[in-house]
Design a protein around this ligand. Sequence first.
Ligand code: URA
Length: 212
Amino acid sequence: MTETEHLTVVSHPLVQHKLTIMRDKETSTASFRRLLREISQLLAYEVTRGLPMTTRRIETPLCEMDAPALEGKKLVLVSILRAGNGLLDGILELVPAARVGFVGLYRDPETLQPVQYYYKVPAELDDRMVIVVDPMLATGNSSAAAVDLLKQSGAKNIRFLCLLAAPEGIERMRQAHPDVPIVTAAVDDHLNDHGYIVPGLGDAGDRMFGTK
Ligand code: URA
């Protein structure tokens, strides 16, 4: 794992191996979806590392003990539609009681700027850890806009989880939201003129839903 205060790259061999298969253009939609679900759980392990803990008095078959347990309000997962849903399902298997929000933003193909079409998030965001999920941190415009909206709704403790990040997107997020740590499986080389991450894996939504 490579880590700065703002960025964690999860270099675990299983994550890197699965990511390589996902990048391969010959990988099928079914395999891509399954791998994204698997990686999401490995990345979730990292992004939830700082969850607050308490102890709970329980009785094992042998004796009583103060056993560690999660503390505080249920965490919130916020999926940036539509590709974020590919990370969401796997994480929900690990944290089944999490609350879930959705932010609908599409990129205007000309300006690459985000346009909002849907926003629905749980109440009491200010008391909860909020994890925003989107497989691709490209320009960072959508991610920064989603975090803006969540902060307007009261969120204070926000993390951003993605599969691949471009240096441009990381920088955009660092400028706009230095308080939001990013967890990713890899930082790629650059963005091309269409805003795609290179070498990347193509359009994550199309690859997971088979729309192209
Ligand atoms: N969104 C994608 O799905 N892929 C990219 O490379 C960039 C943004």
